[in-house]
Design a protein around this ligand. Structure first.
Ligand code: 5IU
Length: 427
């Protein structure tokens, strides 16, 4: 840190550590630089001088602030305020680690420059390049850091908070804590209601091509699912009567209607695809899948339609696919996550293989689940319920043929639902 101060040719008269953690650092720096040090007390003494700033100083002189870790910059600003009251000037802060959680921007607004020895990005780059952590873990850590809204507002959730106001990862995944966060999103509120009421985190993919067969299947397994996923474009006789019966079944059995449309076009086309043509998805589906490949504008278009108060309440961004050789690598997932973080009113969660983030505000849906087979010979990759939920951290399993093509779809659906729900609750 001393070298950095010299290299940057920072102009200062006194060294001041932010109490208390940075005081030993400030002491060493002051000794190394042979520069006078001042100490800011946390509280003014009740006796003696009653001063907040200790040391020998003259007004109008410059202080160089020393801090260990900068998160929001709040304690630095507190220190600077006390120094300013004594007529001292503070324009530069040296810290060991910049956690990149808004501190730089907050200090900049007050005309203060932050110089850091290392940033969180540099640490993560090193950890990934030295193979100490995986690229996926990096994405999770970055999501936690980015989720400053949680770190700064413990009132948003009811669970126990640590003394610094942040929550531990386990607290965040506790359903009680997570519930109010998920309920901020209309689609997630609906899904969570059905999940907890019916004790199921199973979504069945009914990939049949005939409306009668689809409705029959839904009628028989509807009690065990929180959602039914459809590919409307493969239904030969798709029409309004199908929509009406599907909607009635969804109200009766209480499940979400999920159109796996995988939107991937420019904004105007996406709006038309959601509202026009023979499928006019937004009129009957509660949630639709969206590819992140066209970039953020696609989400604005989906939002425009959600705002029209139709059946459509939210979307799921595809962070990764289950098919062999999918191009959705860690970098792609990370970029999808960034898009979602900037559009939480549109994106309710993700379709993913491994959960791309530790943000509990999203729901993580995963296809590629089958207890008996690992592939269909057409590129699909299946894994067990346990791997999907425990190992890969997902919330909802999307199961197709393992249920719909089994001898007894009702029994298998019941079994998948109860196993998946137990695993989810015990996570
Ligand atoms: N689906 C996948 N993998 C993906 C995505 C969607 O399997 O990555 I994105 C769809 C395809 C099918 C259902 O409708 O999920 C899974 O059905 P099976 O369990 O029958 O493979």
């Amino acid at each position: 840190m001393t070298d950095l101060i010299n290299k940057k040719e920072i102009d200062y008269d006194y060294i001041v550590g932010v109490p208390y953690a940075a005081l030993p650092m400030a002491t060493l720096i002051s000794s190394n630089l042979e520069a006078p040090m001042l100490i800011k007390r946390k509280e003014a003494k009740a006796y003696g001088t009653k001063k907040l700033i200790e040391g020998s100083y003259e007004t109008g002189k410059k202080c160089l602030i020393i801090e260990d870790v900068v998160t929001s910059g709040a304690s630095i600003l507190e220190t600077i305020e006390a120094l300013k009251l004594e007529g001292l000037i503070c324009e530069d802060v040296i810290c060991a680690l910049n956690r990149e959680q808004g501190g730089v921007e907050r200090l900049e607004k007050e005309g203060i420059r932050l110089h850091s020895l290392v940033s969180m990005t540099e640490i993560l780059n090193y950890l990934v390049s030295s193979d100490t952590i995986s690229a996926d873990r990096r994405i999770e850590i970055e999501a936690m850091l980015k989720n400053t809204s949680l770190a700064n507002s413990p009132t948003k959730a009811n669970g126990a908070t640590k003394t610094n106001g942040t929550k531990s990862t386990n607290d965040l995944w506790n359903l009680e804590t997570r519930k109010p966060l998920l309920e901020c999103n209309p689609l997630n509120a609906m899904v969570l209601k059905y999940m907890t009421l019916k004790k199921t985190n199973l979504c069945v993919a009914v990939d049949e091509t005939n409306k009668e067969k689809i409705l029959q299947t839904i009628q028989s397994i509807g009690g065990y699912v929180c959602a039914i996923k459809l590919h409307a474009d493969i239904i030969d006789d798709f029409d309004q009567s199908f929509i009406d019966e599907l909607t009635t079944l969804s109200k009766h059995h209480q499940f979400v209607i999920f159109a796996d449309r995988k939107l991937a076009d420019t904004g105007n086309t996406v709006e038309l695809q959601l509202t026009h043509g023979s499928l006019h998805i937004a009129d009957w589906a509660n949630v639709v899948t969206v590819h992140s490949v066209p970039g953020p504008p696609i989400l604005q278009s989906v939002l425009n339609i959600i705002k029209q108060n139709k059946a459509l309440k939210g979307s799921l961004l595809i962070a990764s696919l289950s098919s062999k050789g999918a191009l959705t690598d860690a970098e792609y997932s990370k970029k999808s996550l960034e898009m979602a973080n900037d559009a939480k009113n549109v994106v309710s969660g993700f379709i993913c293989q491994k959960r791309p983030s530790d943000n509990p505000e999203f729901l993580y849906w995963t296809p590629g689940v089958n207890e008996l087979k690992s592939t269909d010979g057409l590129g699909q990759q299946w894994r067990s319920i346990e791997d999907a939920i425990k190992r890969d951290g997902n919330d909802i399993i999307i199961v197709g043929r393992a249920i719909t093509q089994s001898q007894n779809p009702v029994e298998v659906a019941r079994d998948y639902a109860s196993r998946a729900f137990e695993l989810w609750k015990s996570r």
